[in-house]
Write a protein that binds this ligand. Structure first.
Ligand code: PRP
Length: 183
């Protein structure tokens, strides 16, 4: 889906498909340097991370494995509460593994902060985070993120995996959702 397919629902284009792919290539080159000679386990957090995972995994020249988790934050509305429930756990034993969590966005940081602690407690040799987007102005907890694509404003963004009510995940780029859509 292109921006023009849902033009009336968007107020501003933030990142085009080309800008995203260029950045993913830059992140992949750094990951290849940092994990040279290693087999990394990429852990994607459903559902938003599907697009980043698909593009990052194919860009990497390292041998990788992939696994997936689905988590849900307890609490009302669209805000993370920090109390996380596992809906789908990993199938992989993390003992001695080098784990790289792949995310679409870090908003409050509460989900990733919990996830880091959870995966580190499973005996992994290392657990790091790679996120395409981060909203510095929305942070409620500091999360140590090794790879960040773009810092973006604290606006309601959709596309490239990010949804509003399950829509717009298949938009090729990232855009700010127009307030009339959700108000
Ligand atoms: C998004 C995103 C992160 C989380 C970040 O997922 O993929 O997992 O929110 O928010 P936080 O930093 O405030 O904790 P969401 O809960 O929207 O689920 P989805 O990936 O299925 O869309």
């Amino acid at each position: 889906m292109q921006f023009s397919d849902v033009e009336g629902d968007l107020s501003e284009v933030l990142l085009t498909q080309e800008e995203i792919h260029e950045k993913i290539a830059v992140m992949a080159r750094q990951i290849e340097i940092d994990y040279a000679g290693e087999k990394v386990l990429l852990v994607g957090v459903l559902r938003g991370a599907v697009m980043v995972m698909a593009d990052l995994a194919r860009e990497l020249t390292l041998p990788i494995e992939m696994d997936w988790m689905a988590v849900s934050s307890y609490g009302a509305g669209t805000q993370s509460s920090g109390v996380v429930r596992i809906l789908k756990d990993l199938d992989t034993d993390l003992e001695g593994r080098k784990v790289l969590i792949v995310e679409d966005i870090i908003d409050s940081g509460l989900t990733l902060s919990w996830l880091l602690g959870n995966l580190r407690s499973r005996g992994a040799e290392s657990v790091e985070i790679c996120t395409l987007l981060r909203k510095p102005d929305a942070a409620k907890v500091e999360v140590d993120v090794r790879y960040v694509g773009f810092d973006i404003p604290n606006a309601f963004v959709v596309g490239y995996g990010l949804d509003y009510a399950e829509k717009y995940r298949n938009l090729r780029g990232v855009a700010v959702l127009a307030p009339h859509v959700y108000e």
